[in-house]
Design a protein. Structure first.
Length: 331
């Protein structure tokens, strides 16, 4: 008997409830567990809902008088491995939650409340108003790091393991800005340390640099669950922080790694394929008086998927090298 997986929702980034069904049983009775996963690449790539899925191992029933504890723990380990094998990479909760229904019930049941004035800034709807004031008040990178770590306006912090602030050396001529931490970055608390980061290191090496003479951060400081793309709200909420980060790190140029970084820092809807390799300007204040040269290029994670495009990134890195050599020769 073969099982297959059906999801109740395929919206990218939404928590997804997954049930195992037997296709050959009338009325499609569930045969396995119901669990929550984040809709991630595994779903997008069809790993979750195509082909026969592994059969979940059975746990001994609760309260069974089975004395051998190791059997229980082996069964739990096997079940966990099975979840991982079918693509569940985040433990979202013990029981499935219908979040749309829960949100509707909360809205209906919660009477309007008066919030007492608080020293902690409340997130605004866009989050950007408070974030602007908090970011602008930071005079050092350490203050900025602490302000981000205690910032209440971005829910991504609640699902992340670590706040990922920066790596490299502040004050370097060049600052690289990616999109958001991935799984490895979330575990280590450093940007670009996973597979994409290793490629970035090789690209830096190819132009005679390493992390001792560059500075690296991201638009978002927390990993979006399942590595989904940041929402507009998340990116706009955190934008004042990365702009303040650039001001405090004082690079001569910034490199925008990928479409998300370019979109928000250049405030453009033009795609990365058209933007890449052309020097642009990042505006760092409201009036646009403070601005810096910015070079958009392809994201290393994209290059891992499309290695033929590495030659485009190589052209961009050569342009970067020429600019940095010129800047550093003048200094
Ligand atoms: N991708 C990013 O955009 N940033 C990281 O830190 C890692 C992967």
């Amino acid at each position: 008997m073969k099982d297959r997986l059906l999801g109740t929702s395929l919206w990218e980034g939404m928590p997804l409830q997954v049930k195992l069904y037997c296709p050959d049983v009338h009325n499609r009775k569930p045969v396995g567990s119901v669990f929550n996963v984040w809709h991630d690449e595994a779903v997008t790539q069809g790993k979750l809902n195509t082909g026969p899925a592994p059969v979940p191992p059975e746990l001994p029933p609760d309260g069974s008088d089975q004395s051998d504890q190791s059997d229980q723990s082996q069964a739990e380990q096997a079940l966990l491995e099975w979840y991982i094998a079918v693509g569940a990479d985040e433990a979202v909760g013990d029981a499935p939650i219908n979040r749309l229904q829960a949100a509707a019930q909360t809205t209906a049941a919660t009477p309007p409340q008066h919030t007492p004035p608080s020293a902690t800034p409340r997130p605004s709807h866009s989050g950007s108003v408070d974030a602007n004031a908090i970011a602008a008040a930071c005079q050092t990178l350490e203050e900025l790091r602490q302000a981000i770590e205690t910032f209440p306006g971005c829910a991504l912090k609640n699902t992340a393991n670590k706040t990922v602030f920066a790596d490299g050396v502040a004050g370097s001529s060049v600052m690289f800005i990616g999109e958001a931490p991935g799984r490895e970055e979330d575990l280590q608390g450093l940007p670009f340390v996973g597979a994409a980061g290793q490629l970035l290191d090789r690209m830096l090496h190819a132009i005679g640099r390493d992390r001792t003479c560059v500075y690296i951060s991201n638009i978002l400081n927390w990993r979006p669950p399942g590595n989904r793309a940041p929402t507009v709200d998340e990116a706009m909420t955190m934008l004042p922080f990365i702009k303040r980060h650039i001001i405090l790190a004082q690079p001569a140029v910034v490199v925008l790694l990928g479409g998300t970084s370019a979109k928000y820092l250049l405030d453009t809807t033009t795609g990365i394929m058209r933007l890449r390799g052309r020097w642009a300007e990042v505006s760092l204040d409201e009036g646009g008086a403070a601005h810096l040269p910015a070079l958009p290029t392809l994201h290393p994670a994209y290059l891992l998927r499309q290695p033929a495009h590495k030659r485009l990134a190589w052209q961009d890195f050569l342009a970067l090298k020429a600019r940095l050599d010129e800047i550093e020769a003048r200094a």
